[in-house]
Design a binder for this molecule. Structure first.
Ligand SMILES: Nc1ncnc2c1ncn2[C@@H]1O[C@H](COP(=O)(O)OP(=O)(O)OP(=O)(O)O)[C@@H](O)[C@H]1O
Ligand SMILES: [Mg+2]
Length: 595
């Protein structure tokens, strides 16, 4: 059954597989769902749980790690950009400061007359001019590294003026011996510086300071935006982690719900069927086998169990009804035989008892007749005697009475056998004379034995055994009837058809009866089955197949004896019945004879 189910299951699977290969291009989501459901159904419970937890945990781990990696990546990018903007604004701020310083120092140097102050301002101017050049080239490098259109435009617009300005400052302030400046030198320098201050270059430098102011504003704005972006990326990272964790929890809940349902549902179905089967004693029910996991196996085992119980119950019912029919048959047969035996017994006894008197009376009458014949001579009487053939009557009547006596005696024996045989449903153990049983059975079967079958009796010395006489009659009747059937079936005109009945004491506890025939024999394959209930090779209406099964029951179960069969096709059959002399303990299975 299990294998048939498994077969169905796999056939279904194959059908689905075939279908899916044909339709592989246009697979609907429903198909996928079915395939996944089938795949899950084929998993064992432990695997279902393991896979469920692995999936939920994997999502949590992947989500968290992914969240960290993505968040970190974007945060790093944002930090780099923030750093870049910070560097940019620093450069612009420094440049702006240097330009302002330059303008301030240039103003001061024009008004200072004492040497010390002038010298100090001169140094400041030279230093800031150098710084201007340095910062300018730093800003240029920055723009080549991080292209920025506004800064590039600014550099292009004001580069020439700033370079020229710083070069001219250097040229004016580094003339002559700078360690020993004379007032006329200072006056000349002041004059040149004043000319520079009034030049377009200086005006452009001034404008560049304003332009830098705007650039600084923009750059600081950008820097602040980048700072906000860094905070935003932190938030995004946290959100990814939280969402993946929530997702894994949700999946874990869904999986837990599904797994518990996947386990509990079929279990409940199995439990319902088991309960219904026991409550309603309905053994035709079957638990649904929907999965190939442990629950599926459990349902399958339950189904097998139910089927086994069903079969056993059916066998039990058949056996019970068979027993009932048999008991009733035997009981009514016994009653009928007892009735017939009782009815025949009295007239047969009259006949048998009176025949002896009839014989004595006849002898007396014959004596009287002879006495009369000696005294009276009469022609008429002589003629009558001759007519009735008195001499023959005198000779034949004793013989006739003798044969009537033999017949009546046989009728008496048959009645006794019938009386014995009628005790078929007896329930008490009593002393049984096995030879008497066999003889009575043969007597009843006499008309079937006919002249062609010879019964050879090889009786040994047997004690009476403790048993059920009526039941043992049945055993001999069944085995002898089968032997006669086999001889009739062989129907060999020339062969000497015989039944040999041999009895012997095996030991102090056991006797044995062997009944052999030289009939058709039993083929080896049938020898295994002959003791089975309803096994018969005879046509319907002739054999019921109960004879040997009942005999086996009587010998083995009722008397704790043994019944065996040896046979060869065409040669004949021997049934050996071994019976314990003393009634063994009803449950003593150790009672066994050894040969
Ligand atoms: N002595 C025998 N020789 C050959 N076959 C035999 C012999 N005894 C029994 N069998 C085979 O065993 C079968 C079963 O015998 P059993 O007595 O149980 O049933 P049956 O004789 O067919 O029917 P019934 O119930 O009328 O006795 C017979 O049908 C027959 O084939
Ligand atoms: Mg029979």
């Amino acid at each position: 059954m299990r294998s048939a189910k498994a077969k169905n299951f796999s056939v279904k699977d194959n059908q689905t597989n075939n279908f899916s290969t044909k339709e592989s291009v246009t697979q609907s989501p429903l198909n996928h769902q079915n395939r996944i459901a089938k795949l899950v159904n084929n998993l064992s419970i432990s695997k279902k749980i393991a896979w469920g937890y692995t999936l939920a945990l994997s999502i949590a781990v992947v989500g968290t790690v992914g969240g960290f990696i993505l968040g970190d990546y974007y945060q790093r990018q944002a930090l780099i950009e923030k750093q870049e903007k910070w560097q940019e604004s620093q450069l612009i701020r420094n440049l702006h400061a240097v330009l302002l310083e330059l303008q301030a120092h240039q103003g001061k140097i024009l008004v200072f007359t004492d040497l010390a102050h002038w010298q100090k301002e001169r140094t400041n101017l030279i230093q800031h001019s150098a710084e201007l050049q340095e910062l300018w080239s730093e800003l240029k490098t920055y723009v080549t590294q991080y292209p920025n259109k506004k800064i590039s435009n600014f550099l292009q617009t004001y580069e020439s003026s700033s370079i020229v300005y710083s070069q001219q400052i250097m040229a004016v302030l580094n003339q002559g011996d700078t360690s020993n400046l004379k007032p006329e030198n200072i006056a000349l320098a002041k004059k040149q510086l004043l000319t520079l201050t009034q030049s377009n270059i200086y005006i452009q430098l001034h404008e560049s300071t304003d332009a830098l102011d705007k650039l600084l504003e923009t750059s600081e704005g950008n820097f602040q935006r980048k700072e906000i972006a860094v905070i935003a990326t932190e938030k995004v990272r946290d959100r990814i982690i939280i969402i993946s964790m929530l997702l894994s929890v949700a999946i874990a809940i869904v999986l837990a719900h599904y797994t518990s349902r996947a386990i509990a549902r079929p279990l409940k179905a199995v439990h319902d069927v088991a309960r219904k089967v026991t409550q309603e004693s309905n053994f035709n029910l079957q638990a649904p086998v929907t999965t190939a996991d442990e629950v599926g196996m459990l349902a399958d085992s339950l189904n097998q169990l139910i089927q086994r119980v069903n079969t056993l119950l059916a066998e039990q019912k058949a056996e019970a009804s068979r027993q009932l029919i048999q008991n009733e048959k035997m009981s009514s047969l016994g009653q009928m035989l007892a009735g017939v035996a009782h009815e025949i017994n009295n007239p047969v006894n009259f006949m048998y008892g009176n025949l002896q008197h009839t014989n004595a009376y006849f002898q007396n009458l014959l004596m009287l007749l002879e006495a009369y014949q000696g005294k009276i001579q009469d022609d008429e009487l002589d003629a009558l005697a001759e007519e009735i053939d008195l001499d023959f009557i005198k000779q034949d009547l004793p013989k006739l009475l003798q044969s009537m006596q033999v017949g009546a005696k046989r009728a008496k024996e048959i009645v006794l056998s019938l009386k014995n045989f009628s005790r078929l449903d007896e329930t008490e153990f009593h002393a049984v004379d096995i030879h008497a049983c066999i003889e009575s059975t043969l007597l009843i079967l006499n008309n079937r034995l006919k002249k062609r079958i010879t019964v050879v009796k090889k009786y040994g010395e047997l004690p009476n055994i403790e048993g059920y006489g009526g039941a043992l009659y049945q055993v001999f009747m069944n085995i002898l009837s089968n032997a006669i059937d086999a001889l009739e079936e062989a129907d060999n005109e020339e062969a000497n058809q015989e039944i040999i009945i041999a009895t012997q004491c095996l030991d102090e506890e056991w006797i044995q009866i062997k009944i052999s025939d030289n009939g058709s024999g039993i083929s080896p394959e049938y020898q295994q089955k002959i003791f089975e209930t309803f096994f018969t090779t005879k046509p319907i209406g002739v054999g019921t197949g109960l004879g040997l099964s009942i005999s086996y029951q009587i010998v083995v179960e009722k008397h704790l004896g043994q019944l065996t069969c040896e046979s060869e096709v065409g040669e004949g059959t021997t049934f050996a019945i071994a019976l314990p002399i003393k009634r063994p303990n009803a449950h003593d299975n150790s009672a066994e004879y050894s040969t």
